[in-house]
Design a protein around this ligand. Structure first.
Ligand SMILES: Nc1ncnc2c1ncn2[C@@H]1O[C@H](COP(=O)(O)OP(=O)(O)OP(=O)(O)O)[C@@H](O)[C@H]1O
Ligand SMILES: [Mg+2]
Length: 319
């Protein structure tokens, strides 16, 4: 239903999103998980056609969002990060206005307003002035506005932001109830949110997708990863290079280094893969001393941080 191909968006020459590709099947809920500034909003704006891409292509329901914006947008309900609510309008007045823009026939207008207000649980708020609503209720008006016209595709940028725990629960339930009926892309910083509501998760960091899979698959893949801290008598750089060459090693960091001693942290892709004896061998067979080795498994939270935390300067240029 949604195809994103090699999407790149630069702002003043600086890439916010780099070569992102993914697709979303009809009826699927895809969660976009990533820290601040990762490129979630930029990607979502490109999908809705509001933001022209620097390069790459996005199609929704087979329509190119830039070549056929009207056809594509007709299929999309969009909850932006900051919904442009007309502050002085009433809730019902605003939603009626949105419905007209979206081409809902006047004969269906009353029914459609009742439907979206009930779905967003604001059916008792129709007469309220938007500027006087609490943040959570404004968010619900934003959600109602995305639902007007019952579009098959919903793009929801942080739909639970500003809601209280009960409302968060309700919105997650609501999204879950759409599985199979709407194709949804939602963004969030919150890990449990994607586990609870999404078929698949794309983890995005520094404008790139760093992992995609079902929540269960990601947890499984990520929980197999291990971190091993090693104390060695060797020049830090050479030891790091030797350990980095061991199969299964994803990353090596120097935690501490003095003249001939170093403490290194190795991240390995599989605890079950018996990487530890290989790491020990890589040190010992070069004639260096091995003073200590400690391993710990990484939690999903660790891995998420690991995948999404900024690389040291220069790290980005390499990829
Ligand atoms: N209109 C713009 N002009 C210049 N830079 C921008 C613009 N919009 C976004 N950026 C930059 O692009 C990068 C990605 O921003 P984006 O808003 O897509 O991140 P995000 O993942 O949605 O973050 P958050 O979780 O904070 O909402 C950031 O570095 C941001 O500063
Ligand atoms: Mg954002």
């Amino acid at each position: 239903m949604i195809q994103v191909e090699n999407l790149t968006k630069k702002f003043n020459g600086t890439p916010a999103v780099s070569d992102v590709s993914f697709s979303v099947e009809e009826g699927e809920v895809l969660g976009f998980l990533g820290p601040n500034g990762a490129g979630k909003t930029t990607t979502m704006r490109a999908i809705t056609g509001f933001l022209p891409a620097t390069s790459g292509r996005v199609t929704v329901g087979g329509f190119d969002v830039f070549a056929s914006p009207i056809e594509a947008r007709r299929r999309i309900g969009y909850l932006p990060e900051h919904p442009p609510l007309y502050a002085e309008m009433t809730v019902a007045g605003y939603l009626r206005f949105v419905a007209r823009i979206k081409g809902v026939p006047s004969s269906d207008l009353g029914f459609e307003l009742d439907r979206v207000m009930e779905t967003a649980r604001i059916d008792h708020m129709g007469g309220r002035i938007i500027s006087r609503l609490s943040r959570g209720y404004r968010q619900r008006v934003g959600l109602a506005q995305a639902l007007v016209g019952d579009p098959p595709v919903l793009i929801l940028d942080e739909p639970t932001v500003g809601l209280d725990p009960k409302q968060i629960h309700e919105v997650r339930e609501l999204i879950r109830s759409w599985k199979g009926r709407h194709t949804v892309v939602l963004s969030t910083h919150i890990l449990p949110e994607v586990e609870q509501t999404c078929h698949r998760v794309a983890i995005i960091a520094r404008g790139r997708i760093v992992a995609v899979g079902t929540p269960a698959h990601l947890v499984e893949r990520l929980e197999r990863a291990a971190r091993i801290v090693m104390d060695v008598a060797a020049p830090a750089g050479e030891a790091a290079a030797a350990l980095g060459g061991v199969p299964g090693v994803a990353d090596v960091r120097v935690l501490d280094a003095s003249d001939e001693r170093a403490r290194l942290e190795v991240e390995a892709a599989g605890v079950g893969a018996d990487v530890e004896p290989e790491l020990a061998r890589a040190i010992v067979e070069r004639g260096w001393g091995l003073f200590g080795m400690q391993s710990s498994t990484m939690s999903l939270e660790d891995i998420f941080l690991e995948l999404t935390t900024d690389e040291p300067p220069g790290g980005e240029a390499a990829s």
